[in-house]
Design a protein around this ligand. Structure first.
Ligand code: AMP
Length: 397
């Protein structure tokens, strides 16, 4: 079956067409600046050069039409419309309602709407993507795959904030966690690589990308993760603060005479390693170069980022009563031997030893711990689109 995977943002739409038998990517691409001037679709059919088309996209319906046109056109199309057997949608927030992927029907759409106040930027965009696909591909089954679902096994101790309990009951204010599709994919794959049953392993998955989160996976189940009600909590990220004293918000508002919206924007878009490096960059390639050149901001940003990751690894080791495997994934985790080494060099307290030669790996599965390391250190590339396609196929086949 050919599965179309859609990841719809407020002004962008990423897509991949995946063959469920071979799990090969037949075509992948991106619609940018939807609803904004200068929109374009950029896509790459497998084995061919990248194609860019500048096209007006007043809304997501037009974007989906252009995706279908790109996939099916006579000149360089890769599929007939009727061959697309199902569509898998990445949905950011499933609240407490969704603990696994589901076939989309009216009830599911209503439930996604109901939790939209928990992800006011993302869920409405995801819903627009669903409706646009329903319009262009009526009758094709669709599946919702939630970023929060994998973390729904967290126990209450891990997901509650120290707020009055009634705020959890009334408004659902609790920790949910994100990147769940990635944490699930990587933890399962790590068990496969090691030839072990996930039930017998205590793992920490470090998803270190532009957005970054850790999860503690005990016996195959997530028992804690670093993101919270929103993806702002936890690690220091590309441009997000991660954990911060909430009083900082009011303090900045008074000092800078700014609004809640201004400070929220600051915490999400101007902070993290970008802010700490004096706006040198949010990209770890630039930060590594700056670090090696002795750029004070780059050093401050990288060292603070690494310290936070190590602190979380320590706390998750305590939460699980030990750790057998630590996995590195996403843009930084998969590609930056530099960052991995800085982290692992501080993990001697759990007996983890990095193999410097093996750690040269980039974007491939590899064990990067030494033979005598007490903890297995692994690089496991994530593949959220494939995970979405697998769930979609499993529910629609
Ligand atoms: P992601 O959000 O998973 O797509 O990760 C994107 C981030 O990965 C970029 O912002 C970079 O910081 C980082 N990245 C990608 N390639 C490399 C590399 N070769 N070395 C260091 N960082 C990288």
């Amino acid at each position: 079956m050919k599965i179309l995977v859609i990841n719809c943002g407020s002004s962008s739409l990423k897509f991949q067409l995946i063959d469920s038998d071979s799990e090969a990517v037949i075509c992948k691409g991106l619609c940018e600046r939807i609803g904004i001037e200068g929109s374009q679709i950029v896509y790459t059919p497998a084995g061919k050069d990248k194609i860019t088309k500048v096209e007006p996209m007043p809304d997501h319906n037009r974007a989906i039409e252009l995706v279908i046109e790109a996939l099916t056109n006579a000149e360089n199309g890769v599929v007939k419309l009727e061959e697309i057997g199902a569509v898998g949608h990445r949905i950011v927030h499933g609240g407490e309602k969704f603990t696994k992927s589901v076939i989309i029907n009216d009830e599911v759409i209503k439930a996604i709407e109901d939790v939209s106040d928990l992800a006011p930027l993302h869920n409405p965009a995801n819903l627009i993507g669903i409706r646009a696909c329903q319009k262009v591909m009526p009758g094709v089954p669709m599946v919702a795959v939630f970023d929060t679902a994998f973390h729904q096994t967290m126990p209450q101790d891990a997901y509650l904030y120290g707020l009055p309990y009634s705020y959890y009951e009334k408004y659902g204010i609790r920790r949910y966690g994100f990147h769940g599709t990635s944490h699930s994919f990587v933890s399962k794959r790590a068990a496969e690589i090691l030839g072990k049953d996930a039930k017998d392993l205590k793992m920490i998955v470090c998803h270190l990308g532009n957005g970054a989160s850790l999860s503690a996976v005990d016996g195959g189940k997530c028992i804690d993760t670093s993101m919270g009600l929103t993806p702002l909590e936890g690690l220091i990220m590309g441009t997000r603060t991660g954990d911060i004293d909430p009083s900082v918000v009011e303090f900045i508002m008074k000092k800078e005479n700014s609004s809640v919206a201004d400070v929220t924007n600051l915490l999400n878009k101007k902070s993290g390693v970008f802010g700490l490096s004096d706006e040198l960059s949010s990209d770890f390639r630039d930060l590594e170069a700056g670090y090696n050149d002795g750029h004070a901001g780059a050093r401050r940003a990288v060292d603070t980022f690494v310290y936070r990751v190590v602190k979380y690894i320590g706390s998750y080791t305590a939460a699980m009563g030990g750790v057998d495997v630590i996995c590195f994934t996403a843009g930084v985790g998969e590609n930056s031997g530099f960052v991995r080494k800085l982290i692992c060099d501080r993990l001697g307290f759990i007996g983890a030893k990095i193999d410097v030669e093996a750690n040269k790996v980039r974007g491939e599965e590899k064990t990067i711990s030494t033979a005598d390391s007490k903890v297995t250190l692994l690089v496991v590339p994530t593949n959220e689109e494939l995970a979405i396609a697998r769930d979609t196929y499993a529910l629609c086949k």
